[in-house]
Write a protein that binds this ligand. Structure first.
Ligand SMILES: [Cu+2]
Length: 158
């Protein structure tokens, strides 16, 4: 009895102080989307299209199945703003190995990145899908991979 009233008092106090209860403070767990890169050493992702609701919390987990060393055939995953010219983006990225192939001057177009991975490495990124519906391209920015087809699209729709 005493414990119950103590708990009730604490809950009331928390509410009075504007402290959110645990249930509302806990953010929703992100939805996990697994992508495999470089299966059978092909320069592509095994997922060319994915969908998300506007503002949805998403976790992309990228695994590199390619056998070649990172500096020879690394793979990353870069999600960019709607309307980005990905060929121009990839061309600019190719010269920026020191930045993990993220073009410094086009950083503002980047929504989410899983950094460059070597063989059998896994990386992840958690982000909020854009709130504006539309098609958001993603690509691998390792030199030449995008032009060979290592790209896809995130479709944001209600
Ligand atoms: Cu790649």
């Amino acid at each position: 009895m005493k414990l119950k009233s103590l708990v009730a008092l604490l809950v009331l106090t928390a509410a009075a102080c504007g402290i959110p209860s645990l249930a509302t403070a806990e953010p929703a767990a992100p939805r996990v989307i697994k992508i495999r890169a470089g299966v059978e050493n092909a320069m592509k992702f095994d997922l060319a299209s994915m969908t998300a609701a506007p503002g949805e919390s998403v976790k992309v987990v990228l695994t590199n199945h390619c056998a070649f060393p990172k500096n020879v055939m690394g793979h990353n995953w870069v999600l960019v703003a709607k309307g980005t010219d990905i060929n121009a983006f990839a061309a600019a990225a190719a010269a920026e190995a020191a930045n993990g192939y993220i073009p410094e001057k086009q950083k503002s177009k980047v929504i989410a990145v899983v950094g460059l991975l070597g063989p059998n490495e896994t990386g992840e990124v958690t982000f909020q899908a854009p709130t504006e519906p539309g098609e958001y391209p993603f690509l691998c920015t390792f030199p030449a991979h995008c032009s060979i087809g290592m790209k896809g699209v995130l479709i944001v729709k209600k």
